[in-house]
Unconditional design. Structure first.
Length: 381
């Protein structure tokens, strides 16, 4: 399947590596004691930014990376020697101690009556020294998809976030350096403790229903960050056709004309969605309507120079969904909302982009309950 809006579907060929995950998820009655939101990946203080880890720490990091990337492969056993016998694991749904429970949770995700077919993507790994404990910490940023196989509709759920692996010598064994604590934080939560918020986040994904759609082609993307208020998507390379407009109906008529056969091959091109509306920075001046082309690079040329054809490489976009009519006032409001979320989270975005992009999935006069609009901001990968 392909992605359809914010509801999550995977296509193995383009989304996550079939290599798997470190994040452990199992409902329990325990609570965590860390309430900070999942951080953007960076050293935790400026003084740590230039630190290079000693060889022993880097060796643990290399082993950990290999373990994470293979952990859920068939026939692969997690490397228990990376962890102390009393390793502490904390995430928004769990808190437990001991390597035996740690390995059991890995197997719980790998293949159990509740979850199966985990798909993991490791985006980055950095090293820093915790300013309070002075322990070395390996921090990873990741995305994990699971099939909730315990439910007959078998929804695929997604978590994105960070993991902190705290290192210290294991005095209970050979005094070698090991992971003594593993703390997961989810991007989708403001409270990282076991709470109604974390339980509701899981339940909302399990109970989601797929959008039936109308079969209209949409561009494929990988969901790399599922934050509380927005998403970050990595779109595959795509092609578009665009026209400049002052009146939206006139712009739509021009786009419809091209798709309807007013092109050098006189062929009818299947329509796509969403339709992109590009507002100039400052929301003043001429705007563009841009439509995705269902095939990359081989669409027929328009009959008029008024059209702009464009091929784009893979790009990252921060996306915020809203149901308001796409008026100028609504466009400004939701654009600045998304800007604030990105700035608050430290997400780097393209400040030099000359256009503000909005995506419209339904016709102009669609009723609010069926309407779906989005604001897109280009991000650095």
């Amino acid at each position: 399947g392909t992605h359809r809006g914010p509801l999550f579907k995977f296509r193995e060929a383009h989304s996550f590596d079939s290599r798997r995950s470190s994040t452990l998820i199992r409902l329990s009655n325990s609570q965590t004691n860390d309430s900070e939101a999942a951080p953007i990946l960076k050293p935790q203080s400026s003084s740590d930014a230039s630190l290079s880890p000693p060889d022993e720490v880097r060796e643990i990091g290399e082993r950990l990376e290999k373990d994470l990337m293979n952990m859920f492969e068939e026939g692969y056993d997690a490397d228990a020697s990376l962890y102390s016998s009393g390793v502490l694991f904390i995430d928004p749904l769990n808190k437990f101690t001991g390597i035996k429970k740690y390995i059991q949770n890995i197997n719980f995700l790998k293949n159990s009556p509740v979850f199966s077919k985990p798909v993991f993507k490791l985006y980055k790994m950095v090293y820093y020294v915790d300013p309070r404990s002075k322990f070395w910490v390996i921090q990873t940023r990741w995305a994990l998809s699971l099939l909730a196989s315990g439910f007959f509709w078998k929804p695929r759920i997604l978590f994105t976030g960070t993991s902190d692996y705290v290192l210290d010598t294991d005095e209970s064994s050979d005094s070698s350096l090991k992971v003594i604590k593993h703390i997961d934080k989810w991007d989708s939560l403001s409270n990282q403790n076991l709470s109604l918020e974390s339980i509701a986040d899981l339940i909302s994904q399990i109970t989601q229903t797929s959008e039936s759609g109308d079969g209209t082609w949409q561009p494929s993307f990988e969901l790399v960050r599922r934050a509380k208020k927005y998403q970050i998507r990595k779109y595959e390379a795509f092609s578009t056709v665009a026209v400049t407009y002052t009146s939206r109906p006139a712009g739509l008529e021009a786009i419809d004309s091209y798709y309807g056969g007013a092109n050098e091959m006189s062929i009818v091109i299947p329509r796509t969605k969403p339709l992109l509306l590009e507002f100039p920075e400052g929301f003043e001046g001429k705007k563009k309507l841009r439509s995705f082309l269902p095939k990359i690079g081989d669409a027929p040329k328009p009959l008029s120079e008024a059209y702009e054809m464009q091929n784009n490489d893979s790009e990252h976009f921060a996306v915020l969904e809203f149901k308001d009519s796409l008026t100028l006032e609504a466009a400004k409001y939701h654009y600045f909302r998304l800007l604030k979320y990105l700035e608050d989270d430290g997400v780097e975005f393209d400040k030099a982009d000359p256009f503000v992009i909005f995506a419209q999935y339904a016709p102009i006069f669609t009723p609010p309950w069926a309407r779906k609009n989005e604001v897109w901001i280009r991000c650095r990968s």
